[in-house]
Design a protein around this ligand. Structure first.
Ligand code: ATP
Length: 761
């Protein structure tokens, strides 16, 4: 802003800038309406063409319909905030920046996609390093109207006379940060900061770790990175998909709108508890069990559990089976040899089982022939006899006892419910008797989040007998190649290959059968062995060593973005350092970016959080707040007996204080029942309504990654005492607030919260 401008000339400048930008915005929306209309018409026509015609016509119609539907969805998703910025270059060229790229009828650019290289300076230019920019302008719009503009001038002399007259200044970022929370994370395309831009546009290959304190925009930057990578590497990533791992279902709902609002739908969100198809675990373990189940020694335990199911008969007589009133026998030594031979294959248990079964069946067949007085069997006779013996339920049952076909679920359910087997297997895996007892539980217990990596580990070691499927797949692969060659021809004919939305393989896949019409996300979701093109792990500090083993199997290319804060680790099996977690997989070949500015929590609250951090993780640096908050954070003393009356009163007062925003009451897992009883009308953090309600109750675990206008933390001592990482949980809890923080305590206020202003309840 030009300091010499008087108030009235500033107002005049503002109005002129608004008029200028409104004219361009109107043009943009007119163009958006036109391209959307065209896509809708094309879609209607494609649907209207009926089912007849040649194969070529059928494929063309399919291509058109799918692509036009995709375009309609994309154009509709960018309606809000279509254009949010403009950059002016020294050579007089100027570009408007928006959610998507648009060109006019003459193919001249009207709007540059925020992810395109031409938009980069909008995010990275600073007064020290402006590049070729003379000005950056932020546009504030409501529906299709420009309601504000804000300029940063890098070179006043570089502006034209008219531009100088329309200079306007106002902090776009701070305006965005002060907005009341809606219960859903919003995109930040308009205000991405330079340090975040580096994260977003970092290359696809390799492992990028984004370490940063609470509120530094790690999550939001990672989501924009997903959108950027999908835009820049669409060919690879649209086919293989991007997996986004978050700490719990509420968090995934919280971030769920960001990518669709950026026009991207190819990402697959999941918690660790959902990564094993067919199991959807949400419950967590007691800290001691969670710690043990996350320990890398569990990989050995699972391996030993599998070996334990590859047995030889205990009876010195070997295997004895009744078939047609005759007892057949196979000696113990023969069974042992068959077992050793099958193990020697070094194949998964269920695959190696075939060899074992064949060996034992052969000996049973020989024994049967001997007992029936038949002449020696040739190979053909053996094959026949084996097949008919395998059809006998008694034979199957006997062999199953020695080398059963196992699913991961069966293996672990039976292991955890069998004290003797657990002790035996644990001893062989190097675990102590007490540790084995920690794992013991009834067979009816539901799967927990910590069980899921163990199921995945078991699935790797057990394998599936898919030889028949593989034979079919070989035939299908040849057919597929022929279809792709054909589809490539169609794409070239329709010109769609140039637009880059679809490639021959994707087209051939979609056309082949109804199953293939599933989206990438749907196919990936159902397939445990799906290899993603890129994986983003949020709140990554919470993942145990066993969970990392599972995640790494999902991304053999090791193209990952790992987002987290080791100072916020609350899972007992979580990370103490990134090196400890990552080195086993990439041997030191990972790059780290640190985000240092807190965009969420006002400075007054962050000072309190910094005291907590100094106590629980000395040496860790808290991030610096970008803004002051006004309301000093406070402590309210309330006896436990007063909670039923005092808490609802407090929640009401906070709601009144913040107006439109959201209130959260956060407490320890051990206190949450009591707190929920005092606030029966509030939904709990684990329910789908939690985010849409004006107020909610959460445990510290459920509050991970979320934010609220006002936060009431109940019983800080209880939070600290609740688990070995309780201090870190308290740090998480006090850093969830965007405006107001209240701590409710019944005893003495912990000294690390001494900075809070004490008030009466
Ligand atoms: N450049 C930005 N412009 C506008 N808002 C931003 C920007 N960067 C971050 N924010 C906002 O700051 C808040 C915190 O961001 P985010 O949740 O991504 O932080 P985080 O580092 O993941 O935090 P935590 O570790 O505590 O979960 C969000 O409301 C986010 O939208």
């Amino acid at each position: 802003m030009d300091p010499c401008q008087s108030t009235s000339s500033r107002e005049e400048a503002r109005r002129a800038a608004l008029r200028q930008e409104q004219a361009h915005l109107t043009r943009l929306y007119t163009r958006l309406d036109a391209v959307r209309e065209r896509a809708e018409t094309a879609l209607r026509e494609a649907h209207g063409r009926g089912g007849g015609g040649t194969r070529q016509a059928l494929i063309e119609r399919e291509v058109t319909a799918e692509e036009q539907a995709r375009l309609v969805a994309r154009f509709s998703s960018v309606e809000r905030g279509l254009c949010f910025g403009r950059i002016d270059h020294r050579d007089g060229e100027s570009f408007h920046i928006g959610r998507i790229g648009l060109r006019d009828e003459e193919h001249e650019p009207l709007l540059i996609d925020w992810r395109a290289p031409a938009a980069r300076l909008f995010y990275t230019a600073t007064p020290q390093t402006p590049g070729s920019l003379v000005r950056r302008r932020h546009l504030h719009t409501r529906d299709r109207t420009v309601v504000g503009v804000e300029d940063e001038v890098f070179d006043l002399d570089g502006l034209t006379e008219e531009d100088r007259r329309t200079l306007v200044g106002e902090a776009a970022l701070l305006a965005a940060l002060r907005r009341g929370r809606t219960g859903r994370m919003s995109d930040i395309v308009a205000t991405i900061q330079a340090e975040q831009d580096q994260v977003i546009r970092s290359g696809l290959a390799g492992v990028l770790v984004v370490q940063g304190g609470p509120g530094t925009g790690k999550t939001v930057a990672a989501l924009h990175r997903a959108a950027y990578l999908l835009y820049t590497h669409r060919d690879t990533l649209a086919r293989r998909g991007v997996l986004i791992i978050g700490p719990n279902p509420t968090f995934l709902r919280y971030i769920g709108q960001v990518l669709p609002s950026l026009g991207e739908t190819d990402a697959v969100p999941a918690t660790v508890g959902e990564l094993f198809p067919g199991v959807r675990a949400t419950e967590t373990e007691e800290p001691s069990a969670a710690l043990l189940k996350g320990d890398p020694r569990m990989a050995r335990l699972v391996a030993e559990a599998v070996r334990d199911r590859q047995r030889t008969p205990r009876d010195g007589d070997g295997l004895r089976v009744e078939v047609d009133d005759m007892e057949l026998r196979v000696g113990q030594d023969v069974c042992r040899r068959a077992r050793d031979r099958a193990r020697g294959l070094r194949k998964p248990h269920n695959i190696a089982r075939k060899l074992y079964v064949n060996d034992v069946l052969k000996d049973l067949a020989l024994d049967q022939a001997r007992r029936l007085g038949r002449p020696p069997l040739d190979d053909e006779d053996v094959r026949y006899a084996r097949a008919s013996l395998w059809a006998e339920p008694t034979v199957r049952a006997a062999i199953d006892r020695l080398w059963p076909y196992l699913t991961p679920q069966r293996l672990l359910t039976e292991l955890f419910a069998d004290p003797a087997a657990l002790q035996r297997v644990a001893r062989r895996a190097g675990l102590g008797p007490d540790e084995a007892r920690t794992l013991l539980r009834p067979a009816t217990t539901r799967w927990t989040v910590s069980d899921v990596p163990l199921l995945d580990e078991a699935a790797e070691l057990l394998g599936e007998d898919d030889s028949a499927a593989r034979a079919l797949e070989r035939v299908a692969a040849e057919e597929r190649r022929a279809e792709e060659r054909y589809a490539q021809g169609v794409l070239e004919l329709t010109g769609l290959s140039e637009q880059g939305f679809l490639d021959a393989r994707a087209l051939a896949e979609r056309h082949r059968d109804p199953g293939a019409r599933l989206t990438t996300a749907e196919r990936a979701w159902a397939d445990r062995r799906w290899a993603y093109g890129h994986v983003i792990v949020d709140e990554a500090q919470e993942l145990s060593a066993m969970a990392w083993r599972m995640v790494m199997r999902r991304v053999p290319t090791r193209s990952l973005t790992i987002v987290g804060d080791v100072a916020q680790t609350s899972d007992p099996a979580g990370a103490r350092s990134w090196a400890e977690m990552l080195d086993p997989y990439v041997g030191g070949r990972w790059r780290e970016t640190r985000l240092l500015v807190n965009y969420r929590t006002p400075a007054e609250i962050m000072e309190v959080a910094a005291d907590v951090l100094a106590e629980v993780a000395p040496g860790q640096q808290p991030p610096e707040s970008v803004r002051d908050g006004g309301t000093p954070p406070r402590a309210v003393r309330m006896a436990t007996a007063e909670l039923p009356e005092g808490l609802p009163r407090l929640v009401e007062a906070e709601r009144a204080a913040i107006g439109e925003g959201r209130v959260a009451v956060i407490t320890a897992r051990s206190r949450v029942a009591e707190v929920r009883a005092a606030l029966p009308d509030l939904p709990s953090g684990a329910t789908p309504e939690a985010l849409d309600s004006p107020a909610t109750t959460l445990t510290t675990t459920e509050a991970k990654g979320l934010e609220f206008d006002a936060v009431i933390v109940v019983d800080p001592d209880g939070i600290v005492a609740d688990s070995p990482k309780g201090g870190h949980d308290l740090y998480v809890a006090v850093t969830r607030a965007t405006r107001r923080l209240t701590v409710v305590h019944h005893g003495e206020l912990p000294s690390m919260l001494g900075r809070l202003r004490r008030v009466r309840g």
